[in-house]
Design a protein around this ligand. Structure first.
Ligand code: SF4
Ligand code: SF4
Ligand code: FES
Length: 466
């Protein structure tokens, strides 16, 4: 591999890599704002300028590829003076908003002001202010904080495939806004908040709910469709507050869709059944676990049973259910369900030109790997169904007289069931899911399951041993 010298250290690089990334690989930080590894390089903030031997002027590291033998200095007086000047320039119009800004604690501008700026301002003029437009349900705009890095404009143009953010006016009056002041149209709008290096574009859904430094972070996988994007659940005291994209070059690069970003809400909705429930008359009544399991077992006793597995279950869970059906339910047939119209992997296709897939459950392809057949109709002679679901799979119509639900169900859909045994949702368990490319990826448990909910293995153990 070719090598260059950064701050006196020999560093290997891949041809084409820019100096920011090469330095980063050696643990050397070059500060930047406008650069983003998923977007084109515009070299306009000048924060990343470094000294390169034989170049008379500083060069922007984001737009300079490393070359064999290049000698780079990131800590010289000239570099430090430039960083101070850029920070002073960027902060001339920036409000002293950190105490009331949602980005505080995870803001590039705040961090770099502390690390590379000056403690004093030489200006006393009033800051420029803007009236903010409504950008729709996902993003809150506060342009007083904008540093004109244009990442948002490039994201719309280059990734979301929709030119909706633009810079209007020029010079001191420059304003980033939407074309004609319209609301954002893209179904990937949450990424604007992920990439904005300041608090100019923040998530409405997260605003003022929790300070960033209180959040614990769990890297996991999205269960919103069969792509299985990498994401991070951010939570505290068993409450999820936010979900953001996590880089995965092969699956989702740096992005996630809004459906996947906000999917976690159902996990903590008040409508979710979190205690065992048994039908009494026409209504479901909360019950003790033992009583509920006994009632469920009794309801299917002596009947020919079919087992339905949501394709939102993990591989481990689905395999456990297969084994359970074989050994405890007289080899009852097992089928998977999930997205109407996408019965099997061959029906699963791209749902847009970026990430979304037609299968609205994450593990459709894993079900087929386990040899589970898709559910199309109830086999003749079957009068009872046990339905296992992770939370996202859409319930099919079940032409049987007895139904038992195991897993995540809403009160509003539970009346069909004789008993519901509440289980865990994707954020509450570890496990493997297989995406449409056949990649096995790991779900990680972020929070504890609420109230009386139990893991599938605990529920099946009770069913077997009571
Ligand atoms: S709104 Fe944010 S991402 Fe867009 S130009 Fe301003 S600082 Fe950059
Ligand atoms: S594209 Fe699919 S897997 Fe990716 S974030 Fe959206 S719903 Fe989740
Ligand atoms: S990151 Fe290089 S000029 Fe902005």
């Amino acid at each position: 591999m070719p090598k260059c010298i950064i701050d006196g250290r020999e560093v290997e690089f891949t041809p084409g890599q820019n100096l920011i990334d090469v330095a980063k690989s050696a643990g050397i930080e070059i500060p930047f704002f406008c650069y983003h590894p998923g977007l084109s390089v515009v070299a306009q903030c000048r924060m990343c300028a470094v000294e390169i031997e034989k170049f008379p002027k500083l060069q922007t590291a984001c737009s300079t590829p490393a070359t064999e033998g290049m000698v780079v200095k990131t800590q010289s007086d000239k570099v430090k003076q430039n960083q101070k000047s850029v920070m002073e320039f960027l902060l001339i119009n920036h409000p002293l908003d950190c105490p009331v800004c949602d980005k505080s604690g995870e803001c590039d501008l705040q961090d770099q002001s502390y690390g590379y700026g000056s403690a004093y301002m030489r200006t006393s003029e009033e800051r420029r202010t803007y009236v903010d437009l409504d950008m729709g349900p996902v993003i809150q705009k506060n342009m007083n904080r904008c540093i004109h890095c244009t990442r948002c404009i490039r994201f719309g143009d280059e990734v979301a495939g929709i030119r909706e953010m633009v810079a209007i006016q020029r010079g001191n009056n420059t304003e980033i806004t939407t074309i004609d002041g319209k609301q954002l149209q893209t179904e990937y709008a949450g990424n604007y908040a992920d990439i904005c290096p300041t608090g100019s574009l923040t998530l409405k859904d997260f605003r003022f709910k929790k300070r960033a430094w209180f959040l614990k972070k769990t890297p996991t996988i999205c269960e919103g469709c069969s792509r299985g994007c990498s994401l991070e659940l951010q939570h505290e005291a068993n409450v999820i507050y936010r979900c953001i994209a996590r880089e995965n070059k092969e699956v989702n690069k740096h992005w996630i869709c809004d459906e996947g970003r906000f999917n976690y809400h159902y996990v903590q909705e008040s409508d979710r059944i979190t205690e065992p429930a048994v039908k009494q008359g026409t209504a479901l009544q909360m019950s003790a676990w033992k009583q509920a399991v006994l009632s469920a077992r009794e309801a299917v006793a002596g009947k020919k049973v079919a087992v339905l597995v949501g394709s939102d279950l993990t591989q481990e869970e689905a395999a456990m259910v297969q084994q359970f059906a074989k050994s405890k339910l007289a080899s009852a047939p097992v089928f998977h369900f999930g997205t109407p119209g996408v019965e099997s992997a061959k029906d699963d296709d791209a749902a847009d030109s970026l990430l979304k897939r037609k299968s609205k459950t994450a593990n459709l392809h894993g079900m087929e790997k386990l040899g589970i057949a898709p559910f199309t109709a109830m086999p003749s002679g079957v009068h009872a169904a046990i339905v296992f679901r992770g939370g996202r799979a859409q319930l099919p119509t079940l032409a049987v007289s007895t139904r038992i639900g195991v897993g995540v169900f809403k009160r509003s859909e539970s009346l069909e069931f004789e008993a519901v045994l509440p289980g865990t949702a994707f954020a509450e368990k570890d496990g493997t899911i297989v995406n449409f490319m056949g990649m096995e990826q790991r779900l990680k448990r972020a929070i504890a399951a609420p109230r009386e909910c139990k893991s599938l293995s605990e529920i099946l153990m009770m069913w077997t041993n009571l």
